[in-house]
Design a protein around this ligand. Structure first.
Ligand code: CU
Length: 68
């Protein structure tokens, strides 16, 4: 099991949250996506996933990931 927290400052509402959840949820090896709008965080967990693929999925949803 692997978990990473990504900081995504551009999320403002439930639609943003859903867009991220749906896009990141399709990444291979991801089993859960937890979005916290107030904390601007996206916590991704799963058996094995590629950080870069998650970043790309967040990007595809129309959001920028803050540099770690
Ligand atoms: Cu929104």
């Amino acid at each position: 099991m692997q978990a990473r927290t990504f900081t995504v400052p551009g999320m403002t509402c439930a639609h943003c949250e859903e867009a991220i959840r749906s896009s990141v949820g399709r990444v291979s090896g991801v089993s859960s996506v937890t979005v916290d709008l107030a904390a601007m965080s996206v916590v991704v967990a799963g058996p094995a996933f590629d950080d870069e693929a998650v970043r790309d999925a967040i990007d595809d949803a129309g959001f920028d990931v803050a540099p770690a």
